[in-house]
Design a protein around this ligand. Sequence first.
Ligand code: OGA
Ligand code: NI
Length: 366
Amino acid sequence: MGEADEAFVQALGHRPKLSITEDEGIPLIDLSPLSSPNDANTKHIDDLVAEIGNACKTWGFFQVINHGVPLEKRQKVEDAMRKFFAQPLEEKRKVRKDEKKAVGYYDNEHTKNVRDWKEVFDFVADKRILMAASHEPEDKEVPETFNQWPDYPPELRESCEEYAREVEKLAYKLMELIALSLGLPARRFSSFFEDPTRSVRLNHYPPCPGPHLALGVGRHKDPGALTILAQDDVGGLEVKRKSDGEWVRIKPTPGAYIINVGDILQVWSNDVYESVEHRVTVNSEKERFSIPFFFSPPHYTMVRPLDELTNEQNPAKYRAYNLGKFLATRRQSNFKKLDVENIQISHFKVQELANELDGALSINKK
Ligand code: OGA
Ligand code: NI
């Protein structure tokens, strides 16, 4: 990368490591007990719930196999997205997203204010997209926008729509297992997902001449409830191991999905589960493709710890926040480089509030 590409260069402490630590412990969970639920299987389901609970606690990440999403649906999207991204930039930019159009093609995303070495195509699995217009609390406007489908390849739209419908089924099943793993009724989260937001991103990470300086996606946490990610066989997704803060790589497992806890689940569970930081490294020879599916409640949801998971000894660790406003604040930094850190759920931590008050009081005392 030449000087012109300085925008991609990560600060020293955030650059990829020269040696890769392959994950040894990220759980690989077999969901086959779900496909034949009968009495004889109850034991298996209990084991499955325990495995999922452990994985969410220990890693915030796990992989699933025998998940029920037909491989050929995924294959179709992968084929179509390769064709889309292989086009010249002017073609792709015809469906470019911007401040007004929430979804479409984009090649200038910043994570933590450093540019990512990637291009993306975003869509939602809904007829329309409702997102708060701005982060201003008084601004109640929630304009509708629509998916922007490219002319080429013509099969992209249908393959994406079909794929999202299949992955959504998996998302509902996982939310039930997660509810059980928290000691809640299986359908505890259902009311949040009657009108869900299902956004899907097609990621293309081209070969990068400076893989030791740049990242495909900088370190971040996913703001939704749950992410279901398909990665190809190139590899590059790294997760921050909770036990020691080391970046470890998730080895691609053919046909598997990578599941991770998002910020909303962290807040709902009052920190029993945590949304774990992850990032993507790039390499100089191979391009890489991935497809995350982000599952969230609707924009008007107030996100707060569940009553059942809080009590006097263990009070709510977060103030309630409005999801749409939170995401609108986040979006601001996608289009420009900001000087401050982007908003995070930690800003709603009750302890943070106490610190802010302390700060304010000590200023007053001066
Ligand atoms: C993301 C993400 C990982 C990947 O898009 O939020 O973390 O492997 N992607 O592409
Ligand atoms: Ni992510």
